[in-house]
Design a binder for this molecule. Structure first.
Ligand SMILES: Nc1ncnc2c1ncn2[C@@H]1O[C@H](COP(=O)(O)OP(=O)(O)OP(=O)(O)O)[C@@H](O)[C@H]1O
Length: 338
């Protein structure tokens, strides 16, 4: 995985521990995503009333929006054990069989980055999700036989940054798919108020508002910037106020709209090197020295949502707002109306 993918995932063990401490434990504590929360609540309550395992759940959306947190909440609210693994850790059907066959009744199985699981394992998962059964192949060639193995009923919670990459048969086996959206600044403000309280951090409300506005609509980034501002105030011996936020965010290359270095590199490439576009994803990725997957799953969703970039059938196009954001006069040819 590239550096920039890691950039939006936890950066270190310290950050993992920090995230763990701030993770909401219940749907009531989970900020924002109102529709998804109500839908999940209904699904969990219905399952509880019927004393059965909740349907399988697919959580889709950019990194850091709360997919892992929601998986933990599903387990916690239903007082069920949770097993966590990830697509890249399942490279063979046997890896999955080992996990599935050791689940206890009612367990929640969380598979992060489920789109990166091996194809052979995917096929095994279809049957497991539908019938709580797998067929284990024993032997090779003409003598190979399959032995059916009954599984304990479980709830699969899959997370993906790229729902479009999942094969339809897999997608169809989830009883519920939640598309997580970027958070509004007011919602991130609430996330930060809660984090500051849990960390017993003295920081003024204005400063929290400023961090919320510049956190790329992402709770993980909001919490991370809060830490950087805390560090800044600590080292400079001043208050954690709006001035400290501005100075800290400038130091970490976060601009007024919350764009970071890579966001701006992509935007500048489309505008300056490709004259506003359209430009294809792979050409764009090469020109900024980044993996296409990172651009597509991490950078673009936020630029599109911010009204700075458009995806068209012919490629990526910078909007008028993008030119303005970079302090340039918009060109006056095709694409300006986008
Ligand atoms: N709705 C929310 N309310 C409060 N905190 C949140 C919320 N969503 C996420 N967070 C916080 O943001 C951090 C990242 O969340 P989480 O790990 O669930 O994201 P993710 O979508 O699973 O990311 P990835 O795809 O990289 O695994 C956690 O510390 C979590 O506490």
């Amino acid at each position: 995985m590239s550096d920039e993918v890691r950039r939006v995932t936890p950066e270190s063990d310290a950050e993992l521990a920090f995230e763990g401490a701030l993770r909401p434990q219940s749907l009531g504590e989970f900020v924002g995503q109102h529709k998804v929360r109500r839908q999940l609540q209904l699904l969990l309550e219905a399952a509880a009333l019927q004393s059965r395992t909740p349907d399988h759940i697919l959580l889709a959306g950019p990194p850091g929006l709360g997919k892992t947190t929601l998986a933990m909440i599903v387990a916690h609210e239903g007082q069920r054990p949770l097993r966590m693994t990830s697509g890249p850790a399942i490279q063979h059907a046997g890896d999955l069989a080992a996990v599935l066959s050791s689940l206890v009744p009612g367990e929640v199985l969380f598979i992060d980055e489920i789109h990166r699981m091996a194809r052979s394992a995917e096929e095994m998962l279809y049957l497991a999700m539908e019938d709580f059964r797998v067929d284990i192949m024993v032997g090779k060639g003409a003598g190979a036989t399959s032995i059916p193995l009954e599984l304990a009923p479980f709830t699969l919670v899959g997370a993906t940054t790229r729902a479009g990459l999942l094969p339809n048969p897999l997608r169809d086996r989830f009883g519920f798919t939640a598309h997580l959206e970027f958070y509004e600044p007011e919602e991130l403000h609430q996330v930060l108020v809660r984090a500051a309280r849990l960390l017993t951090l003295a920081i003024d409300d204005d400063a929290l508002g400023e961090i919320a506005r510049r956190s790329r609509g992402t709770p993980r980034i909001a919490n991370r910037l809060l830490r950087r501002v805390r560090d800044y105030a600590l080292v400079h011996g001043g208050a954690a106020d709006r001035t400290a936020v501005r100075a800290a965010l400038e130091l970490y290359d976060v601009d007024e709209q919350g764009l970071d270095r890579l966001d701006r590199a992509v935007l500048s490439a489309v505008v300056e090197r490709f004259d506003g576009g359209p430009v294809g994803l792979s050409t764009l990725a090469v020109s900024v020295g980044e993996e296409a997957e990172t651009i597509e799953a991490v950078v673009e969703p936020f630029l599109v949502r911010s009204g700075l970039l458009s995806r068209t059938p012919r490629g990526r196009v910078a909007t008028v707002r993008a030119w303005q954001h970079l302090g340039l006069a918009p060109r006056t040819t095709v694409g300006d109306d986008l």
